[in-house]
Design a protein around this ligand. Structure first.
Ligand code: NAP
Length: 524
């Protein structure tokens, strides 16, 4: 399907005088077509339409919403190679990787469809009336979760499909019964438009209310700010930089009626190499580390940016094997010129730090916006003296921290900011130390990994892609996996309502669904 560069306001298209073009990171050249930039008028139209759609959309049976999600997944697959080609052009990510990401995106939509039919997300609880109870009778209490209302979704540049227009936040919000107004990422507007075409076609085929989905593009922060400030928006899902996420949190909290912002932001994903594991397999761990660090030119929020070990010959073996492997890594084109410039600046800062040692760099860059891998080392006491060394450098750069002993390792981990993940490499002989570290790890991260690497996030029921601030703005939840639906729901209790007025799923004759009756779980 040809790209129009239009804005999608429900099923209508709109153009504006303000336009911008995507830039191909591999060449630095602008791409056709010109995309319309939304202003406050288009924000207002999309948000009002979403508010109108909400009444009908939230009232649909879960199965109808599930069929809509499945239709979106089918329509995305129906875009075929055109989607992969455009995403490749706009992001410089390899086609194979993008094809895997598309699979993840559609599987995510289908998983939420299954979740809708399973019904646990409704959070049904029934405490039947106890009229004979003394000294006071208990009323009949019934609880379910209802959707919040229209959700604004901001995707990141590094996942043009899985964390973008039809990514996890959109899937979770639509599943919950919330219309979505997506703010397209300016780095991949063509990819965003193709996906929007698929969503709009699915909405038409499934007779969804007009305005259940809109896509607004633009290059200025004002667009995102206006969207978050709009009174019709009831929640925000954001994936991107810490600065962007915090700006939106501030706007949302200063509204006359504040709303929640679920911002997934920065993380350095510390990896702890325990002594037994280092002693036994320092070289093999180093190989896995460099592969994880340099995957996708290091442009993953789960990139292992910080590695801790106890100083000694085994850690030296690890560092020298990692340096050897990294020195052979060819630089890859980064997502945008801005991300490349920020990466170069982060690496320059580490290179110039008087206490930081450069262990290795990848091979010389051969093209524009190429990110050259870099490996650094620092003593634990120097990290303690300058915690800014643990800040995210988005790209294939990582810092090995040589700790004096296990006590210093524990103290340094305890002093870190919140993270998406923490990883332990351990052998049986390390279990006592691991048990000592675990409470600190739980306090710091959303996911704890043993003998693996943080890159690669399974879309599943038990996944947590979240974590304490600044990994996210709200560490009580996740942006990946079925639990993500709960971000866009809130509980309502119905006290002594007549059966006819109760929502169908709370009536006495409701079909069996997971629920809690008088405190006891019933799964039939
Ligand atoms: P980004 O620059 O923050 O952009 C994300 C979105 O937010 C874009 O639509 C951007 O559009 C908008 N935005 C940014 N700053 C804004 C502001 N001040 N006001 C209003 N809107 C704003 O992030 P990115 O470069 O796409 O992604 C790279 C970053 O994302 C890395 O730091 C990475 O670690 C992080 N990330 C985190 C996760 C996670 O799950 N935690 C996943 C992937 C990536 P405009 O620029 O047009 O305003």
């Amino acid at each position: 399907m040809p790209l129009s560069g239009d804005l999608f306001i429900g099923t209508s298209r709109a153009r504006t005088a303000a336009t911008f073009r995507a830039v191909a990171p591999a060449t630095g050249q602008p791409l056709e077509p010109a995309f319309a930039g939304a202003g406050t008028e288009e924000v207002d139209r999309a948000c009002r339409l979403a508010a109108r759609a909400f009444t009908g959309y939230r009232a649909l049976a879960p199965d109808e919403r599930a069929r809509f999600l499945e239709a979106i997944a089918d329509a995305i697959m129906g875009l075929g190679d055109e989607l992969i080609e455009r995403a490749h052009l706009e992001s410089a990510l390899p086609r194979e990787r993008l094809s895997g990401e598309r699979g993840r995106t559609v599987n995510q939509l289908r998983l939420f469809a299954d979740e809708l039919r399973a019904g646990g997300w409704l959070g049904l609880r029934i405490d039947p009336a106890l009229p004979e109870r003394t000294p006071l009778p208990r009323p009949d209490l019934r609880q379910r979760r209802i959707p919040l209302g229209p959700v604004a979704v901001f995707g990141a540049s590094n996942f043009p499909l899985a964390f973008s227009v039809a990514g996890g936040d959109t899937a979770a919000a639509l599943a919950a019964g919330c219309p979505v107004v997506a703010k397209g990422h300016p780095a991949h507007p063509g990819t965003g438009e193709l996906v929007a075409q698929a969503i709009v076609a699915a909405a038409r085929d499934c007779n969804m209310p007009e305005g259940v989905f809109s896509l607004l593009n633009g290059e200025s922060h004002e667009l995102g700010a206006a969207l978050v400030a709009h009174p019709a928006i009831r929640a925000v899902g954001f994936t991107g930089s810490r600065r962007g996420g915090l700006a939106l949190v501030k706007i949302a909290s200063e509204r006359p009626e504040p709303i929640p912002v679920y911002a997934e932001m920065s993380s350095v994903n510390p990896v702890l190499l325990l002594p037994g594991a280092l002693e036994r397999r320092a070289e093999a761990i180093a190989e896995g580390y460099v592969a994880s660090l340099t995957l996708g030119v290091g442009q993953f929020c789960t990139n292992p940016g910080l590695v801790f070990g106890i100083a000694g010959p085994a850690l030296d073996r690890f560092a020298s094997a990692a340096a050897g492997a990294l020195a052979g890594i060819a630089p890859g084109t980064m997502l945008t010129a801005g991300i490349h410039a920020a990466y170069e600046e982060g690496v320059r800062r580490l290179r110039q730090h008087p206490r930081v040692e450069l262990l290795a760099e990848g091979t010389e860059p051969a093209g524009p916006a190429c990110g050259r891998a870099a490996l650094f080392a620092v003593a634990g006491e120097d990290l303690a003296a300058d915690p800014s060394l643990a800040e995210e450098v988005f790209g294939p750069s990582s810092l090995i921290v040589r700790c004096r002993d296990a006590d210093e390792l524990l103290a340094l981990v305890t002093g870190l900011e919140g993270q998406l993940t923490m990883t332990l490499h351990l052998e049986d002989s390390d279990e006592a130390l691991a048990a000592r570290l675990l409470p600190a790890l739980e306090q710091k991260a959303g996911r704890i990994i043993a003998n693996g690497w943080p890159t690669g996030v399974e879309v599943a029921h038990a996944m947590v892609h979240g974590g304490p601030f600044p990994a996210t703005s709200d560490g009580r939840t996740t942006s990946v996996g079925t639990l993500a639906i709960e971000r866009f729901l809130r509980p309502v209790c119905y006290q002594n309502l007549p059966q006819a007025l109760l929502p169908p799923e709370l009536r006495d004759d409701a079909p069996p669904r997971p629920r809690r009756v008088d405190g006891a779980w019933r799964l039939d």
